[in-house]
Ligand binder design. Structure first.
Ligand code: ZN
Length: 564
């Protein structure tokens, strides 16, 4: 069976709730362990079916945002899911309060139950109206950005298509494209501000309803973060400022020299080299074939996995006019199927999709074979990004398949980009910290704060007089700020972890890759810190780790630079 034949049927939410409630009541009375475990397995199956239908809708809606049927179904889930969540939350509480809890934890592992404890800190039926409102606003944001039609270079572009021009060797074209983008974003900036303002206030009310002082405290629990709080993250950002920002500043100066420029403007930042940046040869299906060859050689596990993805057509890669922007990987439990979504644009980012998103998909594919509860197939989000970002590095030796003689330049550009990303990543986090500690700040105050943060972490950013950015509008394009509050710092933490897998891989591939596969198999059976410990990985939130990582990494950058 292939993806397009996966059958969608709208679930009957009332029936779902009734069944879950019945199971919950039955479980309360059940004293026999075997019977109790049967009830739990039935619940998991029921839940997996519901989630699978929700995922099918979400995927198909993102593939074609103009498809009225799936648009309506998406609205249906946005409306109804919070109500369904109340029922599953009740079932979870029955589990937590059960006499046989210790035996349950023994059978399914503790993390599933720890997640339920976190769920109680971040969910109650009192906030359901706010959750519904939040989902609606996020949907508005996504639609608004997806509806962008920007005339440039004699054709109509969506934002993803327009972004290709940031790597055009002709500086004049880069600049014009950047201005076209800024003009478009500026034209919708009031709408974007309005959506964000409502989102921030909705989230603030959510947090207060749950008894917290602000969304910052509350949001960490929503993200299943059990090992650290926002004070730890502040310390971590300070470390990035101290250990990474000066190095990136130096890399930016080198980049400017390489490009033969006197000043590095914001529309030059994506140009690692003068002339063409490395880009892959071949269309989507050719790249998928090359990826299959690569994964076949990397390991038997990755070979089996990628064949499965290909045979079942679980990748939707090419950009289309009405497709949602960006890229993601998800999982449809009832069909045992990871799914990869992206917008190919002919740049090296296409290869990054086949390594990054494939890393996510590989993890869930492996974890789903090992674990019995779909809720713990994925770990918390910072851990998820380790799987994906590390895969980008594990596949370095195969870059020749995609880039031929440009492979060395690809590896250098990719590594430098990954380092350059860290200051931006922590900026997005520092901005959100301000936003949720000051929920009544005006859009203008938010923009000023963003600009101030940019200047601190990215002093090289020169907006060449473009007002929209000079006034602090850049953050509006960062969808995570809208759709997934407080998420994003995760990418930077995972990036440091991925650097460590890379540094270890260079020394001993076999042992390192085995450690990686073992980490993937653990899925979300443990918390973030525990997963790092179990896979013998340095923890970026611990003192000295970022510093040590950067020290080794600088040597590796030099090494790749020499190979150019
Ligand atoms: Zn990812």
């Amino acid at each position: 069976m292939v993806f397009k034949d996966y059958k969608y049927e709208r679930p009957d939410v009332n029936e779902f709730i009734k069944k879950v409630t019945d199971l919950s009541n039955k479980l309360k009375e059940e004293e026999n362990l075997t019977e109790a475990l049967n009830i739990i397995d039935t619940f998991n199956e029921l839940n997996a079916k519901y989630i699978s239908m929700q995922e099918l809708v979400s995927i198909r809606n993102s593939i074609d945002t103009s498809d009225k049927f799936y648009e309506k179904e998406e609205e249906f889930f946005n409306e109804e899911s919070p109500r369904a969540n109340v029922a599953t939350n009740e079932f979870h509480n029955t589990l937590l309060n059960h006499k046989l809890l210790a035996s349950f934890e023994e059978k399914y592992g503790s993390q599933w139950f720890n997640n339920m404890r976190l769920e109680n800190k971040s969910f109650s039926k009192d906030i359901v109206p706010y959750l519904t409102e939040e989902a609606k606003l996020v949907n508005q944001y996504e639609k608004l950005l997806a509806s962008a039609r920007i005339t440039f270079d004699g054709k109509i572009n969506n934002l993803s298509q327009l972004s290709v021009y940031s790597q055009n060797p002709d500086r004049k074209i880069r600049k014009e494209a950047a201005i076209a983008r800024a003009n478009y974003m500026s034209s919708i900036s009031d709408q974007l501000d309005d959506i964000y303002d409502k989102l921030v206030k909705t989230r603030d009310k959510m947090a207060r309803t749950m008894g917290y002082n602000n969304y910052l405290e509350f949001g960490y629990y929503r993200l299943n973060r059990s090992d650290y709080n926002y004070h730890d993250i502040k310390k971590y950002r300070d470390t990035i400022y101290k250990e990474v920002v000066p190095f990136v500043n130096k890399l930016r100066k080198e980049q400017m020299k390489r490009l033969g420029l006197k000043e590095l403007k914001f529309y030059d930042l994506d140009m690692t080299f003068s002339g063409e940046n490395p880009h892959p040869n071949g269309d989507a299906s050719e790249l998928v074939e090359k990826a299959y060859q690569m994964y076949s050689e990397l390991s038997s596990e990755t070979k089996e996995f990628f064949k499965y993805m290909k045979d079942r057509e679980l990748l939707d890669l090419e950009t289309k006019a009405s497709k949602m922007g960006g890229g993601y990987t998800t999982y449809i439990p009832s069909f045992k199927s990871p799914f990869i979504f992206s917008n190919f644009n002919g740049t090296s980012a296409d290869v990054d999709v086949l390594t990054h998103e494939a890393g996510h998909a590989f993890e869930v594919y492996e974890a789903s074979k090992e674990l019995s509860v779909p809720d713990v197939f994925w770990p918390s989000l910072e851990a998820c990004e380790i799987h994906s970002m590390s895969m980008e590095f594990f596949t370095y030796p195969w870059a020749e398949y995609f880039f031929a003689k440009d492979a060395k330049r690809y590896r250098y550009a990719h590594l430098v980009d990954a380092i350059n990303f860290l200051p931006y990543g922590v900026s997005v986090d520092e901005f959100q910290e301000f936003v949720y500690l000051n929920p009544n700040a005006t859009p203008k105050e938010r923009n000023l704060k963003w600009r101030e943060i940019e200047k601190k972490y990215m002093p090289w950013k020169d907006y060449d007089g473009v007002e929209y950015y000079m006034n602090g509008g850049f953050w509006q394009k960062q969808s995570h700020i809208y759709s997934n509050a407080l998420y994003y710092i995760d990418y930077t933490i995972a990036q440091v972890c991925a650097f460590n897998f890379y540094l270890s891989d260079v020394k001993d591939h076999e042992a390192t890759f085995k450690r990686y596969v073992d980490l993937c198999k653990l899925g979300g059976a443990y918390s973030f810190f525990e997963l790092l410990e179990k896979s013998n990985q340095p923890n970026p939130l611990k003192d000295g780790v970022v510093k040590k990582t950067m020290k080794e990494l600088k040597k590796q950058v030099k090494k790749l630079e020499k190979e150019l």
